[in-house]
Ligand binder design. Structure first.
Ligand code: DGP
Length: 114
């Protein structure tokens, strides 16, 4: 896959407000927040879209979700609630082709999404 802005954030070539990091996952604040809390959890190893994920990526995908859930618990808003979203390809609203889990919280979410 081609290099994206998120790979540059992983390599610390451009700044980001990083809130969590482990060997495989990085999380940082979204530049264009859609809620009081809006974070992006990304794999350090680039994977363009959810559509590109294979069976061998199952553990990594689980780690992204668990990292988001653990963050929500740590920060104290898990009980109140939050939303996780993975946009995939054009109709899914994906704009950065490095797979990421949005974690949104701090306001009531609406359903269905627009
Ligand atoms: P998506 O539409 O699902 O591909 O979400 C991409 C998100 O990435 C979008 O909410 C805005 C955010 N974003 C784009 N460029 C940057 C950046 O350079 N830094 C940060 N922190 N977020 C970015």
């Amino acid at each position: 896959m081609t290099d994206t802005i998120f790979s540059k954030i992983v390599r610390r070539e451009i700044p980001a407000d990083i809130v969590y990091e482990d060997d495989e996952v990085l999380a940082f604040r979204d530049l264009n927040p859609q809620a009081p809390v809006h974070l992006l959890f990304i794999p350090k190893r680039p994977l363009a879209t959810l559509d590109d994920a294979a069976a061998g990526d199952a553990e990594l995908l689980g780690k992204l979700l668990l990292a988001a859930a653990a963050y929500a618990k740590r920060e104290g808003f898990a009980g109140q609630g939050y939303r996780t979203v993975i946009n995939c390809n054009e109709d899914g609203g994906q704009t950065v082709y490095h797979l990421h889990v949005h974690l949104l919280a701090g306001r009531r979410m609406h359903w269905p999404p627009g």
